[in-house]
Design a protein around this ligand. Structure first.
Ligand SMILES: *Cc1c(COP(=O)(O)O)cnc(C)c1O
Length: 496
């Protein structure tokens, strides 16, 4: 490690050759300071302290001890009066180890009002789904075992019957996410041939998924047709030739083109594909097994079953967007094309594990009754809950925090707000909602917001129009007291 050699040199070289900035000193080192440095604990003495015993032998402990000795050395060079004891350094090292071993993936309370929040883990899973995950993952399972025949089975058959029943497709396949589904579709159905796609559909989803890049990565040659706002069936037809491998349609899931626009209907694209013997792949992004417009004030999201009905050879969509399940890429479509995808060597690289299958299986089974979806799939519950109900459950938060807010110079209220589905579906759509609204001096609100992120569990809200809000639509009723405690804790800290 570089700092070790630098430190060693510091003891043998004349001090003036050292970089004073790094060492935090401006003048020469006195004999007295040299003497103090000699009292720094030795690495072995610190390692022998009981508080570090459980980690001895692990590289993490050596690094922490060296870091802390170095910090103590720098403190002395900066004018410190006394070298710490071995035991004090060991305690500091322990703190450092504990914080670096603390899990970084932790639960947070989502007060952003964005229901399918990609940065906060997209769809939370419901109790029934979690029970299924625990059941499948805490012991051995039938992941690839056929109980009837007593021999090897296939994980690809675990949810096929559910997906075909829900979408009307002939066959189905599951991969790790929708990006993998699109990649696999391109690689296995188009090979190294050309993929024809409209210029209006060359979308980017959250930075790392861009249609042109996915085409490149899969080895196909992308052929763009039409313009940003208008693409006609003749544009596709003119581009089709002996090198054409497939026609790709991509749902513009996170933006809207308005005005002078024209798009080709999926059924027409399928008819064209059939005429020329090339398959049509429809990347729906979120897709939906149930139309949000039928249950909420939200607009329509394309149904996976509609794409199947329109004849698409392959339809792909995410497991953790409007489906409300685990991260997964769902592939449904015609028998021949699904079989080709299943047999492709990439399939092995993108196959999901038992945890995904257990969660997806339980989520899909909820969809066979419209009542159970609302009860068992958390995002549907969040999408459907009435504003009046949110206000009702927010009142106790408001009254619990009124006085502490006042004494810290803030005002809390339950107010109407706007939530969004998020997650790359229903772009710009909003849902009326209710939020705990906190107003106060502007600079203080920013501090309050960051203090709440340090709460345990962290509470994530947003600042807009000079007020801080915690939207109730994305929170759980069970967390109400936790939210009250966190906000009270944060407000009290602002006061001190
Ligand atoms: C979200 C999305 C993807 C990527 O899906 P992941 O499940 O996040 O991999 C691909 N295509 C479209 C149109 C999307 O909206």
């Amino acid at each position: 490690m570089c700092y070790v050699s630098r430190v060693d040199h510091s003891l043998s070289l004349p001090f003036k050759v050292l970089n004073p900035k790094v060492l935090g000193v401006k003048t020469t080192m006195s004999d007295q300071r040299r003497e103090l440095l000699k009292h720094l604990p030795k690495v072995d003495d610190v390692l022998a302290q009981p508080v570090l015993k459980q980690w001895v032998g692990s590289p993490i402990v050596l690094k922490a001890v060296r870091d802390e000795i170095q910090a103590a050395r720098e403190a002395l060079l900066a004018g410190g009066k006394k070298a710490p004891t071995s035991s004090a350094v060991a305690r500091a090292a322990r703190k450092q180890i504990e914080s670096s071993l603390a899990p970084r993936l932790t639960r947070v309370i989502n007060g952003t009002g964005v229901i399918i929040h990609t940065n906060l883990g997209r769809s939370p899973l419901g109790k029934k789904v979690l029970d299924a995950v625990v059941e499948a993952a805490s012991g051995y399972s039938t992941l690839e075992y056929d109980l009837g025949r007593g021999e090897r089975g296939s994980r690809h058959e675990l949810v096929t019957h559910l997906l075909t029943a829900l979408t009307g497709a002939e066959d189905a396949l599951v991969v790790n996410n929708n990006a993998a589904a699109v990649l696999l579709a391109l690689a296995s159905l188009a090979g190294r041939k050309e993929v024809v796609v409209s210029r209006g559909q060359l979308v980017e989803i959250g930075g790392s998924f861009r249609i042109p890049d996915i085409c490149k990565a899969s080895g196909v040659k992308m052929v763009e047709v039409g313009t940003t706002n208008r693409t006609r069936i003749s544009d596709y037809e003119n581009a089709i030739g002996p090198r054409t491998g497939l026609l790709l349609r991509v749902h513009p899931s996170n933006f809207r083109v308005e005005g002078f626009t024209e798009e080709v209907k999926l059924a027409d694209l399928v008819a064209l594909g059939e005429k020329h013997g090339v398959p049509v792949v429809d990347d729906l992004g979120s897709g939906a097994l149930m139309d949000p417009a039928s249950r909420t004030t939200l607009p329509h999201e394309p149904l996976s079953s509609a794409s199947i009905k329109a004849g698409a050879h392959i339809v792909t969509f995410s497991g953790d967007k409007l489906l409300g399940g685990p991260q997964a890429g769902i592939i449904v479509g015609r028998r021949e094309q699904v079989a080709r995808m299943r047999k492709h060597p990439l399939m092995r690289a993108v196959r999901p594990d038992k945890i995904t299958f257990a969660a997806l299986d339980a989520t899909l089974r909820s969809y066979f009754s419209t009542r159970t979806v609302g009860d068992e799939v958390p995002i549907w519950k969040m999408l459907e809950v009435k504003v009046s109900e949110l206000e009702k459950w927010g009142r106790p938060i408001e009254s619990a925090l009124k006085s502490v807010a006042k004494s810290s110079g803030f005002v809390v209220n339950i107010e109407r707000s706007m939530a969004t589905p998020g997650g790359g579906c229903l772009p710009q759509a909003e849902l009326p909602s209710a939020a705990l609204q906190i107003s106060g001096p502007g600079g203080m609100l920013t501090i309050l917001q960051s203090t709440l992120r340090q709460a345990n569990p962290p509470v994530i809200g947003y600042l807009r129009d000079g007020v801080f809000r915690l939207d109730l639509r994305t929170m759980y009723l069970e967390d109400r007291q936790t939210v009250i405690d966190a906000v009270r804790w944060a407000l009290e800290r602002m006061n001190s």
